[in-house]
Design a protein around this ligand. Structure first.
Ligand SMILES: [Zn+2]
Length: 254
């Protein structure tokens, strides 16, 4: 069985001391593909560097709403240049976060839109971070369509958001949050057609149960798949196969 972790951060400094060991351990555990996600220009460069050194790792480039120190025209230009690298499979993570940062909503929207424009110029999908900002996120996606579509990463367990996202053709990616004891993910997971479903770790964050609170790595994406298998009433192998294919499709990896 092979698994595809659609969203991880091998570039994070948490992996600084043992990155190569972790990458090998994860690959040997059966997670044979992952995308290393950028969240500012520096970390996007690092994601590309890691992807270039490993066949089975891909990268994204983006400035997240929580990295607003990179919200400048210069940084955007640099981002667009580095995103032309052939291992870069999407623009992201980009989006809106009104949970952590509330005082710059207009600026967040402006840079979300500017990065959608980059994705459209480079003909790549996007990966979206959205927190406490569902209505504005959907409104922007409607008024600024993304040619290649993309992914709601670590999708909030919000039925309206999922329905609207699916209507716009987006994939829905679930993280370890769906394994948390108080999560109640059943209805949300059942809303997502099996050909639009993705799994991710968002490691080193959001360790699934039974590892909650400890550092996460992509090998634990298996626990996210297990939860989905249980809720959908299909086998773990089937979840692995479907989510692997969906990730290959949305990121256009062949
Ligand atoms: Zn992330």
């Amino acid at each position: 069985m092979e698994l595809f972790d659609s969203h991880s951060h091998y570039n994070d400094e948490y992996f600084e001391d043992n990155r190569e060991d972790v990458i090998k351990m994860v690959y040997d555990s059966g997670v044979t593909k992952t995308v290393c996600i950028g969240y500012n220009v520096e970390q996007s460069k690092k994601a590309i560097e890691i992807a270039n050194a490993h066949n089975f790792i891909y990268a994204t480039c983006g400035i997240s709403p929580n990295d607003s120190e990179d919200f400048t025209e210069e940084k955007l230009k640099e981002l667009e240049e580095i995103a032309k690298n052939e291992k870069v499979v999407a623009i992201g993570e980009i989006g809106l976060d009104y949970y952590w940062v509330k005082d710059n909503k207009e600026l967040q929207k402006e840079y979300f839109i500017k990065q959608i424009d980059i994705a459209n110029r480079l003909n790549k999908p996007i990966t979206i971070h959205t927190r406490d900002a569902s209505i504005d996120t959907i409104e922007i996606l409607k008024s600024h369509p993304v040619k290649k579509g993309g992914i709601f990463h670590c999708c909030p367990l919000n039925q309206e958001l999922i329905k609207e996202g699916l209507k716009l053709g987006f994939y829905i990616s679930f993280s370890g949050v769906i394994t948390f004891k108080n999560a109640k993910p059943e209805e949300c997971i059942k809303l997502v057609p099996l050909d639009k479903l993705l799994i991710e770790t968002d490691s080193p964050y959001l360790s699934p149960e039974p590892f909650r609170g400890r550092k996460n790595d992509p090998s634990k994406v298996r626990y996210v798949a297990m939860k989905i298998a249980e809720i959908q009433g299909i086998s773990l192998e089937e979840v692995a196969r479907l989510t692997y294919k969906n990730a290959m499709d949305v990121y256009e990896i062949d």
